[in-house]
Design a binder for this molecule. Structure first.
Ligand code: ZN
Length: 73
């Protein structure tokens, strides 16, 4: 039984909206974590690096998905 697929408002990556997912319903787990669970303990540099890495991964996944879709059509 698949969960509904939502698009993150922060990084625009698609994610499964699980009933027990913490944070906002319109943010993926990676974008929900830093602000909702650890607002003070995480250093700004760590947060920026995590975000940059996250966005690179999301872009890479989008590119791969576009290739797969293009092959089907
Ligand atoms: Zn996100």
């Amino acid at each position: 039984m698949p969960f509904p697929i939502k698009t993150c408002v922060i990084c625009h990556e698609e994610f499964e909206l699980r009933p027990d997912k913490p944070g906002f319903a319109n943010r993926c787990p990676s974008c929900s974590e830093p602000e909702s669970t650890e607002p003070e303990t995480r250093r700004p540099t760590d947060y920026a690096e995590r975000r940059a890495e996250h966005e690179v991964n999301a872009a890479r996944r989008r590119a791969i998905r576009d290739l797969l879709y293009r092959k089907d059509s």
